[in-house]
Write a protein of this length. Structure first.
Length: 179
């Protein structure tokens, strides 16, 4: 990430992300009665760091999934929206909840349905497997792939851009690990 991108990223006040293809690799195991997805354990580190830095995090998924609900509840995410093909409507609810503006949003997505939100966000990111059109819209493409803990990479950039990465790690050590 270059200095100009870091400067723009430093103004972000909330992280909003898609789920499938970002927190997961996009694959869904479906049977008649259940659905399963693989989430990366490091997502919990990323959301914890955001909470320690007082940066809200929210998720918007075009699909409804019990697996997603279970994971986001486990991560103690307050505001997430599922079954939203029009993700801009969900984003509008999120920025209203937090009394923010589009320019305050870092949005992470990988599909065509994410492009309208990416166009409105103050900064947008995607993963290497995203559609070419999404990569062209994004301000930055991560090194890590969806479902491999990419959220940690993104949060690290965000906290570094604000000059609070090491302070947040120290806060984590003191408050969570009691070191």
């Amino acid at each position: 990430m270059n200095d100009a991108q870091l400067k723009r990223l430093s103004k972000i006040k909330i992280l909003v992300s898609d789920v499938d293809g970002i927190l997961t690799d996009g694959k869904i195991l479906v049977s008649k009665k259940t659905e399963a997805k693989f989430f990366h354990v490091e997502d919990a580190l990323a959301t914890s760091l955001l909470k320690l830095a007082d940066i809200p995090v929210s998720f918007i998924s075009a699909r409804f999934s019990e697996a997603t609900k279970t994971r986001l509840d486990e991560l103690k995410i307050k505001h997430y929206f599922q079954g939203c093909l029009n993700k801009v409507q969900a984003l509008n609810k999120i920025i209203s909840i937090y009394n923010l503006e589009y320019k305050d949003v870092l949005y992470i997505g990988d599909g065509f349905v994410d492009i309208p939100v990416m166009e409105k966000a103050g900064f947008s990111m995607t993963v290497p497997e995203a559609h070419l059109e999404v990569q062209e819209q994004a301000d930055f493409t991560t090194d890590k792939s969806g479902g491999t803990g990419v959220l940690v990479e993104i949060v690290k950039y965000l906290l570094q851009s604000k000059g609070i990465y090491h302070k947040t790690l120290l806060k984590m050590r003191e408050q969570i690990y009691d070191i």
